[in-house]
Design a protein around this ligand. Structure first.
Ligand code: XUL
Ligand code: CO
Length: 455
């Protein structure tokens, strides 16, 4: 296989500015630009995912792979192919110039003829990843185990009716948690791939909930045992591949964790398209997680509002993302998380450069959303109007209600005498939306700004 897979892209993608007509340049993203006291790169913490971008041939349920991914040829020796894949992935990440990557165990190492061989394959490929990371400076945002592709997981992993499948999944996650620690991963993610059901006719949801909780307790226990310092994250998704998945959305996962005393151990990895599938805006999912101290990281992508499946397209809406990034910035920004591009090219995007075009567009969209959200914060009107809306809860009546000092009878008495007689107040939604649009339209063009200086 070629020494340089992306030889058509020479060197690192530069910042060209909004006027640049070079499609292989960033129009907004400037890693070193200071935004709200941090470098843009450190605010966004962008990661490339190995599964869709390097381990997926462009197949769908109706047709074969369309992409030029020579390492996926099944006639190749599996470990040689795995090394070629990793070489191409690190060449891409370095040329794109982003700081992180994410992978499942099976993305980098082929399944062997038994667990021992799979383990040896993974350990060898983690060694190869270590070398690439040392050479390029690229870091691991998160690792995860693939508990959904192999036929053994057709009925779920932790929620499988067969405890031997639970045990196999435990062995796989134990190993991958250890590999993530070895690579200094900032997080470990659990997406409940097939933890759900196809039909309630054969499903005991009470047992499956208990099994799932037990599994997550064991993961947390092992994390502490090995001294992994990264965060454990659960990625909600309401359906697909199963008809119904237990980790439906942020609120459902939060409730599950609280029910089992695990909310101190886990945070959430929120994915834009999964929010869409759950009938939520992504803004809602982010705000919910932050409000409850559960926000961890983001899988950046977008769905298609006409489709009921996970299209995993590249983000392209500044309008929508600005609202979510605003919540992230209000909460102080990412701690261990970042924006992982859990994104798929369209099947016809078959040129090698298309992977660059897709990521450049997505990253520029996020960078612009970051600038808009920063403008929303610095402007301060939204925050002030929200605070004013609730201001009377800080007055005598509001405080006495929340402190428990007054009972229904006392409130009723004050209403009955006519002392309390509320007048409806405007929520001013359109005015607030106009402020957001004003920031979107005016958020200034990128320019190099020195540390500490305002935009
Ligand atoms: C599936 C999905 C996964 C997880 C990692 O929809 O998002 O790729 O992000 O297992
Ligand atoms: Co995802």
């Amino acid at each position: 296989m070629e020494d340089s897979f992306f030889s058509g892209v020479t060197g690192r993608i530069p910042y060209g500015g909004l006027d640049s007509v070079d499609p292989l340049s960033f129009h907004v993203y400037q890693p070193d630009r200071m935004v709200l006291g941090k470098r843009m790169e450190d605010q966004l913490r962008i990661a490339i995912c190995l599964w869709h971008s390097f381990n997926w041939p462009g197949s769908d349920v109706f047709g074969a792979g369309t992409f030029d991914r020579p390492w996926l040829d099944s006639r190749l020796e599996p470990m040689l192919a795995a090394r070629a894949k990793l070489d191409a992935a690190f060449e891409f990440i370095s040329k794109l110039g982003v700081p992180f990557f994410c992978f499942h165990d099976r993305d980098i190492a082929p399944e062997g003829r038994g667990f021992a061989e799979s383990r040896a394959n993974l350990e060898a490929m983690v060694g190869a990843a270590e070398e690439h990371m040392a050479r390029t400076g690229v870091k691991l945002l998160w690792g995860t185990a693939n508990l959904f592709s192999h036929p053994r997981y057709a009925g779920g992993a932790a929620t499988n009716p067969d405890p031997e499948v639970f045990a196999y999944a435990a062995a796989q996650v134990k190993l991958m948690l250890e590999m993530t620690k070895r690579l200094n991963g900032a997080n470990y993610v659990l997406w409940g791939g097939r933890e759900g059901y196809e039909t309630l006719l054969n499903t005991d949801v009470a047992r499956e909930e208990a099994q799932f909780a037990r599994f997550l307790s064991m993961v947390a226990e092992h994390k502490h045992r090995i001294g992994f310092k990264g965060a454990l994250l659960i990625e909600p998704k309401p359906q697909e591949p199963t008809k119904h998945q237990y980790d439906y959305d942020a609120a459902t996962v939060h409730g599950f964790l609280v029910r089992h005393g695990l909310d101190g151990e886990y945070r959430l990895n929120l994915e834009v398209n999964h929010a869409t599938l759950a009938g939520h805006s992504f803004h809602h999912e982010v705000a919910y997680a932050i409000t409850h101290g559960m926000f961890g990281s983001v899988d950046a992508n977008r769905g298609d509002y006409q489709n009921g499946w996970d299209t995993d397209q590249f983000p392209n809406s500044v309008d929508e993302l600005s609202l979510a990034v605003y919540e992230v910035l209000r909460s102080g920004g990412f701690e261990t998380g970042g924006f992982n591009f859990d994104t798929k090219l369209r099947r016809q995007s078959i040129d090698r450069a298309d992977l660059f075009h897709a990521h450049i567009g997505g990253i520029d969209t996020l960078a612009k959303a970051l600038l808009v959200a920063t403008a929303m914060i610095e402007d301060g009107r939204l925050e002030q109007l929200r605070a004013e809306r609730y201001a009377s809860w800080d007055g005598e009546l509001g405080r006495s209600i929340l402190s428990g000092d007054v009972l229904f009878e006392m409130l009723a008495g004050r209403v009955e005498t006519g002392e309390i007689d509320p007048r409806p107040r405007s929520g001013h939604q359109e005015m607030l939306e106009n402020i957001v649009n004003q920031e979107i339209w005016s958020a200034d063009q990128p320019a190099v700004v020195e540390a500490g200086e305002r935009r």
